[in-house]
Ligand binder design. Sequence first.
Ligand SMILES: [Zn+2]
Length: 62
Amino acid sequence: MLVICAWCEREDKITILQEGNSAEGVSHGICPQHQQEQLAEVMKLFPPKRASNPKRRRRRRK
Ligand SMILES: [Zn+2]
């Protein structure tokens, strides 16, 4: 099984994440570089809250 980065492939690059026999099949993964980029994208979409509130609000009423 050969594992290549799907993001690199989209950019017409081939980054082999795991060497293997392509005859067994090709699987897709993500290389560390693209993983970082993806993480940055997610951070943009969902910025971490600065003030983390350890207390959980309880809405339970009796
Ligand atoms: Zn990549």
